[in-house]
Design a binder for this molecule. Sequence first.
Ligand SMILES: NC(=O)c1ccc[n+]([C@@H]2O[C@H](COP(=O)([O-])OP(=O)(O)OC[C@H]3O[C@@H](n4cnc5c(N)ncnc54)[C@H](OP(=O)(O)O)[C@@H]3O)[C@@H](O)[C@H]2O)c1
Length: 205
Amino acid sequence: MIGSLNGSVAGADGTSESLSSKQDRRILGVIRELSDVVLVGAGSVRAEGYVVPARAALAVVTSTGNLGGHRLHASATTSDRPVYILCPRSAVGRVEAVDGTNRATIVVVDDVDGLLRPAAIVDALHSRGLTRIVCEGGPVLAGRLFAADLVDELCLSTSPQIVLGSRALLESDQAVTSRFSLRQLLLDDQGATYARWERSRPTSS
Ligand SMILES: NC(=O)c1ccc[n+]([C@@H]2O[C@H](COP(=O)([O-])OP(=O)(O)OC[C@H]3O[C@@H](n4cnc5c(N)ncnc54)[C@H](OP(=O)(O)O)[C@@H]3O)[C@@H](O)[C@H]2O)c1
């Protein structure tokens, strides 16, 4: 994910596009190449469009089935990677009715009042052989994965700008603290930083 100096998830245009840069997109591409599946929330699909990555599958999580603004058709000639829509049973009809989702496999995942359990999302991907999962956000989905302590690594780019009036990089209604250790840090000539953080877990004795 990329944030501003004050931890905003989007720039002036309301998307991550205006925080990002050529270097950031290059790093994103490398991370995608190392992954089996890119996992995103439906809010990111609605805000940013989202095309299917060239070399990784795409998995979209939704409780409502509202995928307005998706660009799955636009990927038809650039990627043959699978697309999975993860949703509760109650949203299947709405997902099926979205034009262009016929190239996607709908995966019904355990839910609590329409919200998929984060561990069940990971299990659903693992059971399809997709074990290297890269969640690209947005703040609600990523916040839930952090709150459930399911994140091993955080690749966080920081754009050298303050953006007021935007949402935070991660959102959660749970008070959770988890520690990470810095593993890599790159700096570009514009002052943007690119960090890779690894979850520090207590070693069991
Ligand atoms: N800076 C970055 O790196 C970055 C990355 C991605 C997105 N963004 C920005 O983030 C903003 C969008 O934020 P957002 O919070 O709406 O994005 P999001 O986290 O991608 O989407 C939230 C939506 O995902 C679905 N969802 C999440 N967890 C779920 C669960 N456990 N079970 C079922 N559905 C679940 C729900 O979809 P339904 O509403 O369909 O039920 C929920 O409303 C945009 O401004 C976008 O540009 C920034």
